[in-house]
Ligand binder design. Structure first.
Ligand SMILES: Cc1cc2nc3c(=O)[nH]c(=O)nc-3n(C[C@H](O)[C@H](O)[C@H](O)COP(=O)(O)O)c2cc1C
Ligand SMILES: Nc1ncnc2c1ncn2[C@@H]1O[C@H](COP(=O)(O)OP(=O)(O)O)[C@@H](O)[C@H]1O
Length: 316
């Protein structure tokens, strides 16, 4: 998969992206959820049928973050690297990552179509029903189709419905905020996933009988609700069932701290410091709490571990 970073105003060389015609899916695609996969899947399918390149155009950072419409967009379900890995798995040939800044945001819908899509040799574009583009988000899918005709064909995908609502990134964020990783998994079509590196913690885990790998996320991922989860940890070339705390350890830290991700892996013995790991969230077990003593905490972690093991055995 080729990745081309575009910065406005565009460098003409970079804009060419090769001479072959392209079928492109356009969107921010945070989460690369089931709805996004329908849009991207159609681009891959149609490109293969027509002997064209399949492409995705995405934007970075989040338009709402740049335009100051919400601090929560500083975090993502799929930070850029994760998103690119997901596109690759879907069989995409080429990705344009368009730097979203105020200059790009001010581009007129006409200019977006003429100066970008036409120049990139896009022959077909696929967008979701709620796609917006150009200055103040004035461009709708209908306007895109009108401006692009007749040389560029536009397909608009309707919303994908599941569990009584539209599949959307904001619905997945809301589910994670509640700790409902099961719902997030249904909407994503895969478990919610965070990748990162194992770093040193406070060295307490081993002394209480539960060593925990402290995972420093690779990017600004949305963190699920603070609490205890049954997870799978992909580490050292294998997948381990594990119990994880996403929390601020109130038992030890009166004044709070940044939330940490800590996983105790079942059936693992060894050293993970510096390893790259990936976490898949399967189930929320309980909220984090402050315990009156370390022994009460340790007893509870023992029960959490048993619950997680039982749950994970069932789903395997
Ligand atoms: C399954 C599990 C559940 C936990 N639950 C809590 C909790 O409810 N409250 C809390 O203060 N700490 C909780 N912890 C965090 C422990 O306090 C932490 O793992 C321990 O202090 C070791 O930290 P360290 O790895 O930085 O040394 C939990 C840890 C695990 C693995
Ligand atoms: N089963 C296991 N689960 C998690 N980490 C383990 C396990 N066995 C050994 N380890 C190692 O122990 C470290 C965690 O020990 P801990 O005492 O909690 O230290 P720290 O506070 O540095 O995380 C992990 O980073 C990993 O290298």
């Amino acid at each position: 998969m080729e990745i081309i970073y575009l910065d406005f105003p565009f460098d003409h060389g970079a804009l060419s992206g090769g001479d072959r015609g392209k079928v492109i899916a356009i969107g921010y695609f945070d989460g690369v959820h089931l709805g996004h996969r329908k849009v991207i899947g159609l681009a891959v399918e149609r490109a293969a049928a027509a002997g064209r390149l399949s492409a995705v155009m995405t934007f970075h950072p989040h338009p709402k973050e740049v335009l100051g419409q919400g601090g929560q967009y500083a975090t993502s379900l799929t930070p850029l690297d994760e998103k690119l890995r997901r596109f690759q798995k879907l069989g995409v040939d080429l990705v344009y990552v368009v730097r979203f800044d105020r200059a790009f945001a001010a581009l007129s819908p006409e200019s977006f179509v003429q100066d970008m899509l036409f120049r990139l040799r896009i022959e077909e574009a696929i967008v979701g029903f709620d796609f917006s583009f150009g200055s103040r988000g004035a461009g709708t899918p209908e306007l895109l189709a009108r401006l692009a005709a007749p040389s560029l064909e536009v397909h608009v995908m309707g919303p994908l419905e599941l569990d009584g609502g539209k599949v959307s990134s904001s619905r997945i964020r809301a589910a994670l905020e509640q700790g409902d990783v099961g719902q997030a998994e249904r909407l994503l079509g895969r478990p919610y996933h965070i990748s990162g590196t194992v770093v040193h913690g406070e060295g307490r885990g081993r002394t209480i009988g539960f060593p925990t790998a402290n995972v420093q996320p690779d990017g600004a991922y949305v963190l699920p609700r603070l609490g205890v989860y049954a997870v799978t940890v992909h580490a050292a070339g294998a997948a381990y069932p594990a119990v994880m705390n996403v929390g601020v350890k109130p038992t030890f830290h009166e004044n709070g701290m940044d939330p940490k991700l800590e996983a105790h892996l079942f059936g693992y013995e060894g050293d993970l410091y510096g390893s790259r790991v990936a976490l898949d969230f399967h189930a929320f077990l309980r909220p984090e709490r402050k315990f009156g003593s370390v022994s009460e905490l340790v007893e509870q972690i023992g029960r959490d571990a048993a619950t997680a093991q039982e749950l994970l055995n069932k789903t395997e």
